[in-house]
Design a protein. Sequence first.
Length: 114
Amino acid sequence: MTTIWHNPRCSKSRQTLALIEEHAPQVRLYLQDPPSADEILAVQAKLGLPLIQMMRPKEKAFAEAGLSKISPEPDLLAAMTAHPILIERPIVITKDKAAIGRPPEDVLKLFAQG
């Protein structure tokens, strides 16, 4: 199964969804249905990235939470859980891998054969 953490107000998220529609993704409106800390960590493992690279540091909530790009990962995770707007979008998740759709075409590698 393929899942996309989607924000319909985001043009990159809409573009990414259009690119993967043939894979019948489950659309998760993560702002209304926020992922748990365990879900975020599972996606982080599939991405192979530090949490900061899964975040939107220019969001107002980032500064309001007193975060910086060198904040400890537990602090970043707590902020992402409390304020899902801080999660970079979109993220496409398959059984074994995940990709951030920035640019949207980056998610296509999830479906490449070989």
